[in-house]
Design a protein around this ligand. Structure first.
Ligand code: DQA
Length: 148
């Protein structure tokens, strides 16, 4: 099974204390621990990262695409602004599932547009930390299907 990259963008390092009414009380470390538990139980390996810098996300997406390894991506606010991330996914042919903790469509209108969704395999949003688990399930199911 390929390595599954779970990439997190700006301000997600603040989870736990950042707007808990919107993002819940889990920290990013809590989310990582839960995903590692699920991955371990299923014999999968995850690579979990966070950066506040757009270029880091671009580089990591390019690397995952080149390796043919799937990506679960919460690009934070870059979701709504980053043509560079859109181009990286498209250019590197990266298999990306877009995730968000919050239901961005029920929030400010500037969050309604995603530059990632048109180049993503799928989008999961609005379920808090569970959004990540659902995305991991989707990647694992896809890997299983490709194996059989
Ligand atoms: C977010 C939603 C974005 O609009 C916001 O900028 C974030 C977090 C989410 O997970 O709900 O940083 O990606």
């Amino acid at each position: 099974m390929p390595v599954i990259h779970i990439l997190n963008g700006p301000n997600l390092n603040l989870l736990g204390t950042r707007e808990p009414a919107t993002y819940g009380s889990c920290t990013l470390a809590d989310i990582e621990a839960r995903l590692r538990e699920i991955a371990d139980a299923r014999g999968a390996t995850i690579d979990f990262r966070q950066s506040n810098h757009e270029g880091d996300l671009v580089t990591w997406i390019q690397e995952a695409g080149a390796a043919g390894e799937p990506v679960i991506l919460n690009a934070g606010a870059y979701t709504h602004t980053s043509i560079a991330i859109h181009d990286a996914i498209r250019g590197a042919k990266a298999h990306v599932i877009e995730v968000h903790l919050s239901n961005v469509h029920a929030r400010e209108s500037f969050r309604h547009q995603s530059f990632i969704a048109p180049v993503a395999a799928g989008v999961i949003l609005g379920f808090g930390a569970l959004s990540y688990e659902l995305a991991l399930e989707a990647v694992l199911a896809d890997a299983q299907q490709k194996k059989s």
